[in-house]
Design a protein. Structure first.
Length: 459
């Protein structure tokens, strides 16, 4: 029998009398009886050789783990240049403060509007802010991430057009294409890739001919491209897509729209985005925020996945908010629902809203300009270091794809820079090597990366 002496380091009120009362109340005599389902053959027969030879208090344990975490925290945000779907962005402390409030953090799906007006209004304001940013009529309350939002948008186009083909650019992140293929397996939808110009990243006559010959349900345009190029021929691709009766889906980084013409202005039918840049950290997996919006067209609304929040008035004429058009959703239509996203990412939608509210239109524009300028600096740095930029004649935003011809092993080069300089120079992806520049990087950070590449490449 285990002897509990009333000296538990985490429970000051612990004593033998209390322990005896607890054991009596649950009908056992020995605490080991709680673990009787564990075979005795694998039960530990000795004390664990852990800790400092004595029980630690909760305060001491916190200090111990703080020290471990600080030792592991090698990379500051401005030392991370790894490119891809997720990038280093600054999160204002007000964002975390607001989404950590209990009524927001623990809020469930607002099925009962009479007790959920605060949450409903925040989601309504998120939808409104995103609709303005992307210049479309309707945005839903959020999807899991950019990849699933793009897959859902594609399936929506398939349902509307009743054509089981979707075209995507070769520059689309491979993770996105993998998720889309997974979503397409059940309904047996084909994924067709089209190439762009190797120097400029722009559409070519071959792209347009492929659209005309395939006549898919939708054509996806990444604007800016996931590999960084700002595609000036986006309006032309949309126009040619509409000419063959297909829907145009435009995937855009929300921060880029502070300086670029929003896709709604180009008459995109569906807009999609990854919202991680709006107040969300660089998660090591898990959901971020998928942005999904449409123009005001009946069939698109009927097939739009996810929650929609609307504004109304109560019997006394007071403004209120509630979930609308719920007949599309799985809690009503079951297997016939447009999507089974269920609860979704309301907390991350609110984080994005707070981030947008703090920045305002001027703040987003300044951030977009800073990213453009830093991306140009980063391109120059890689060129000076001897790297070969992919699509070098294009204007880039945030991401840059490149290769290092003189390096035998890009992984060894990567490891040397990480070890010697304590910075992450790039990510090694199916598309090649990719780096990014955001608002957190300063010119001296980019110069440090350039020098690190030169030293590592010259051995």
């Amino acid at each position: 029998m285990i002897k509990l002496e009333g000296k538990h380091p985490w429970i000051p009120n612990d004593n033998e009398k209390n322990i005896a009362e607890i054991l009596n109340a649950i009908g056992i005599k020995d605490p080991l009886e709680l673990f009787s389902d564990i075979p005795k053959s694998i039960t530990l027969k000795k004390k664990l050789a852990v800790g400092r030879g004595r029980p630690l208090s909760s305060f001491e344990i916190e200090k111990e783990f703080d020290g471990i975490i600080n030792d592991l925290k090698d990379f500051e945000l401005n030392k991370i240049f790894a490119g891809g779907p997720i990038a280093p962005h600054y999160t204002h402390p007000v964002v975390d403060a607001i989404i950590s409030r209990g009524e927001i953090l623990t809020a469930y799906t607002p099925y009962q509007p009479e007790i959920s007006q605060g949450l409903l209004q925040m989601l309504y304001e998120y939808q409104s802010a995103m609709a303005i940013l992307y210049d479309v009529d309707i945005v839903n309350a959020g999807m899991y991430d950019g990849a699933t939002a793009l897959a859902e948008a594609s399936l929506m186009a398939v349902r509307v057009k009743k054509i089981k083909k979707v075209m995507v650019p070769s520059t689309l992140f491979h993770e996105y294409k993998d998720v889309m293929r997974t979503y397409f397996m059940g309904p047996e939808v084909s994924l067709i890739e089209y190439e762009t110009d190797n120097d400029t990243g722009e559409a070519t006559p071959e792209n347009i001919s492929l659209i005309k010959s395939e006549r898919p349900a939708a054509v996806i345009i990444d604007y800016p491209a996931n590999t960084g190029e700002v595609r000036r021929t986006t309006p032309e691709i949309i126009q040619e897509t509409h000419a063959v009766g297909s829907l145009a889906i435009v995937f855009s980084d929300p921060i880029a729209l502070g300086v670029l013409t929003p896709p709604g202005k180009f008459e995109a039918d569906i807009v999609v985005g990854e919202g991680q840049s709006l107040g969300l950290p660089m998660y090591g997996g898990g959901m971020t925020l998928g942005i999904l919006g449409i123009r005001n067209e009946r069939e698109l609304i009927r097939n739009l996945p996810g929650r929609l929040i609307g504004e109304t008035v109560d019997v006394d004429g007071r403004r209120g908010y509630m979930m609308i058009l719920q007949s599309r959703e799985q809690h009503i239509r079951r297997e016939k629902a447009t999507s089974n996203i269920t609860t979704g990412v309301s907390l991350n939608s609110i984080a994005a809203l707070v981030s947008l509210a703090i920045k305002g239109s001027n703040g987003i524009r300044k951030e977009g300009i800073a990213i453009f300028e830093n991306t140009k600096r980063l391109m120059n740095a890689f060129s000076n270091a001897g790297a070969l930029i992919q699509r070098p004649r294009a204007v880039h935003f945030k991401n840059i794809s490149f290769s290092i011809p003189s390096a035998e092993n890009s992984m060894t080069l990567f490891e040397n820079i990480v070890k010697d300089r304590k910075l992450i120079p790039y990510s090694i992806r199916e598309e090649g090597l990719m780096s990014c520049a955001t608002e957190v990087h300063k010119s001296e950070d980019i110069s440090e990366l350039e020098n690190a590449l030169k030293e590592a490449m010259n051995g």
